[in-house]
Design a protein around this ligand. Structure first.
Ligand SMILES: [Fe+2]
Length: 313
C-alpha cells in the first residue's frame, strides 16, 4: 500500500526562485534564507520519496484570474514551468504520476470533495520554489510530483477546515493505492505577508511562530481559524497558509517535528518552513486496525472527525 510518511511546509516566495536563477544564493541577504534549508535538503535526500504531492497556488500563470478552481489536481504526465512574465524559470519539467493522481481524484470525489481534474497545466513558482528549496537544483527532479492547486487568490478561498479535511481524504486515497509508494506531501505559501495596500510589507512573527507551534501540536485549532483572522493577523496573502492544513490533515494526529526554520524578511515576506514526520510505529498499528474495518465504518469515522473539528473538539 502507498503511504504518506511526512509533510513539509514551506513559503514559496518568487524572489527566492529569482535568487536561485540569477545565482545570488551566496549573497549575505539570501544566504540567511538558503542556509535554513541545508538540513532540509539533506533530510529529503535521505527520505527519498517515491512521489511528492505539492499543494500550492497558481499566481495567474496557469489559470486566468477570471475564474480559478477551488481545488485542481494535476493528473498529467508532465507539467512544464510557466512563463511568469520574465520567461519560464530554468527548472526541469515536473513529471507527474497520472496513475496515483487519477486514483486520488476518484477517491476524494467519492469522499465528497469535488476536485477539478487538470490534464494540461503549467506550474509556477508556487510549486517550483519549494521544490528547489527541498531538492536543490538537479537536472531532473528526483521523483514524480502530483500538483494540487488551491484557490487562495480569488474570493472565495476554501476554509482552513475544508483544507484540513481534504488532507484527510487524500490520506485515505493514498492508503488505498495498491502500489508500495513512499509519499511526501508539501503545503506551500505563507507565512505572514501583504503585497499591496496600506499594510503592504506586514509581517507578524508572533502569529507565524504560534502557527508553526500549532501546526505540530494542535492543527484542529488552526482548522477553526476564519479567513478574517488570517487577513487581520497575517496580511491579505497570509491566507495562503490554509494550504498548509491540507498537508497537516494528511498526517497522523501526533507527529514528530523534525525540523523548523523561520526568518524575516525575504522580499517583504516572512519565510517559514517545517518538516513533520508520521511516527513509524503508529502507521503500522493503524494499517492493522484498518484491515479489520469495513469501508462503511471508515466513512463513518471520517464523518465523526469532520463533525469533531467543526464543533471544536
Ligand atoms: Fe503565493
Amino acid at each position: 500500500m502507498a503511504r504518506i510518511i511526512a509533510g513539509v511546509a514551506s513559503s514559496h516566495v518568487p524572489a527566492i526562485g529569482a535568487a536561485i536563477d540569477n545565482k545570488q544564493t551566496g549573497e549575505p541577504y539570501w544566504q540567511r534564507v538558503f542556509s535554513g534549508f541545508e538540513k532540509s535538503k539533506q533530510w529529503m535526500a535521505e527520505t527519498k520519496p517515491d512521489v511528492a504531492i505539492v499543494v500550492y497556488n497558481d499566481h495567474a500563470s496557469a489559470f486566468s484570474v477570471e475564474f480559478v478552481p477551488t481545488f485542481a489536481l494535476g493528473c498529467a504526465a508532465e507539467f512544464p514551468p510557466a512563463d511568469e512574465g520574465w520567461g519560464p524559470r530554468p527548472v526541469p519539467v515536473v513529471k507527474g504520476h497520472p496513475e496515483l493522481a487519477a486514483h486520488i481524484a476518484q477517491s476524494v470525489i467519492l469522499d465528497e470533495f469535488d476536485l477539478t481534474i487538470v490534464n494540461k497545466m503549467e506550474v509556477d513558482h508556487g510549486l517550483t520554489v519549494p521544490m528547489n528549496l527541498l531538492f536543490g537544483s538537479p537536472k531532473e527532479w528526483p521523483c514524480p510530483v502530483i500538483p494540487l492547486a488551491v484557490n487562495v487568490v480569488l474570493y472565495p478561498p476554501p476554509t482552513g477546515h475544508r483544507c484540513y479535511m481534504l488532507g484527510r481524504a487524500i490520506r485515505r486515497a493514498v492508503e488505498s493505492f495498491p502500489e508500495d509508494l513512499k509519499v511526501v506531501i508539501f503545503g506551500t505559501g505563507g507565512m505572514s505577508h501583504q503585497i499591496s495596500g496600506p499594510r503592504a510589507g506586514l509581517i507578524n512573527s508572533k502569529f507565524d511562530k504560534a502557527y508553526l507551534d500549532n501546526l505540530t501540536k494542535d492543527p484542529k485549532k488552526l482548522a477553526r481559524m476564519e479567513h478574517l483572522e488570517y487577513m487581520r493577523e497575517a496580511g491579505a496573502e497570509g491566507i495562503e497558509m490554509v494550504m498548509w492544513l491540507v498537508m497537516r490533515g494528511a498526517l497522523d494526529d501526533k507527529v514528530d517535528e523534525v525540523y523548523r526554520f523561520y526568518t524575516v524578511p525575504a522580499s517583504n515576506t516572512a519565510v517559514g518552513h517545517i518538516i513533520l514526520e508520521n511516527r513509524k510505529g503508529a502507521a503500522k498499528g493503524k494499517a492493522k486496525a484498518k484491515s479489520k474495518s469495513t469501508p462503511k465504518i471508515k466513512r463513518a469515522a471520517a464523518r465523526a472527525t469532520h463533525r469533531d473539528v467543526r464543533r471544536g473538539k
